[in-house]
Design a protein around this ligand. Structure first.
Ligand SMILES: [Zn+2]
Length: 251
């Protein structure tokens, strides 16, 4: 009995996830709302540098240059509210909230010698937002928690009961991106950098910096920790890239 009902339903899930957006994934609007809530909390901790601090201005300028490479139609359809801020702390880290807010720690910026390296960090984080990695991780987490039977039942319910307020801080801040998400951010972050006229060698430098930090380093490495290998992958791609890139711009 169970088998008879479960099997077609599983097929439906397979098809649905491939063809239609995942009903367990928070909408873009919800992602933006969650990001705002998260960013507000980060600001409450009192370490975000003022908007007019030179470091904030620099990071915002580079971030906006990268965002400008996203096609206008996509920006209109998926109106993520990107923002770029610096946290005045020695941590060597950076992270993105769903929906757009991106934070970079001064500790990381202090170790980056070029604008291109800063663009490497921001490009990576932008892709986490743009490709809705948090929302996918959240959907996967929900499905795991509910178990297959409940998931199958809910998949056919037209209205998902997602509620922004029901998302705990633990999930908002602590949900790890998958290894696949990290690779995707490296890959498309590279593309964004290149499109904005930066040299992707800056991203290789970021991984070299992170590799020296050891295992405690950064959102970047939480689920895909081999900074050396990831840096090598970027370097290999750069070597095979026939385009010509400008020299690294020292900061
Ligand atoms: Zn990442």
């Amino acid at each position: 009995m169970l088998q008879r009902t479960l099997l077609p339903a599983l097929l439906v899930v397979g098809l649905t996830t491939a063809a239609v957006s995942d009903p367990f994934r928070p909408s873009i609007k919800d992602q933006i709302a969650l990001g705002k809530r998260g960013a507000e909390q980060v600001r409450k901790e009192g370490k975000v540098m003022p908007e007019n601090a030179p470091l904030s201005i620099e990071v915002r300028r580079i971030g906006e240059k990268l965002v400008a490479q996203i096609p206008a139609k996509e920006r209109k359809d998926k109106p993520f509210e990107y923002s770029f801020s610096v946290i005045d702390d020695k941590d060597v880290n950076a992270f993105a909230m769903p929906g757009g807010p991106i934070f970079v720690y001064k500790g990381l910026l202090d170790k980056l010698g070029s604008e291109d390296a800063v663009a490497g960090v921001l490009g990576h984080e932008i892709i986490h937002v743009r490709n809705q990695h948090w929302a996918s991780a959240y959907a996967d987490n929900t499905k795991r928690r509910l178990g297959i039977a409940v998931v199958l039942m809910l998949f056919n319910a037209s209205d998902m009961m997602f509620d922004v307020a029901s998302v705990s801080d633990e999930l908002l801040f602590g949900l790890p991106y998958s290894r696949r998400h990290e690779s995707e951010s490296d890959k498309y972050g590279y593309d964004l950098m290149a499109a904005a006229g930066y040299n992707p060698a800056g991203m290789v430098d970021v991984f070299n910096v992170l590799a020296k930090q050891g295992k405690a380093a950064a959102e970047f490495l939480s689920t895909h920790p081999d900074a050396g290998k990831r840096g090598e992958a970027v370097a290999k791609r750069l070597k095979e890239d026939k385009r010509e890139f400008p020299p690294l711009r020292p900061r």
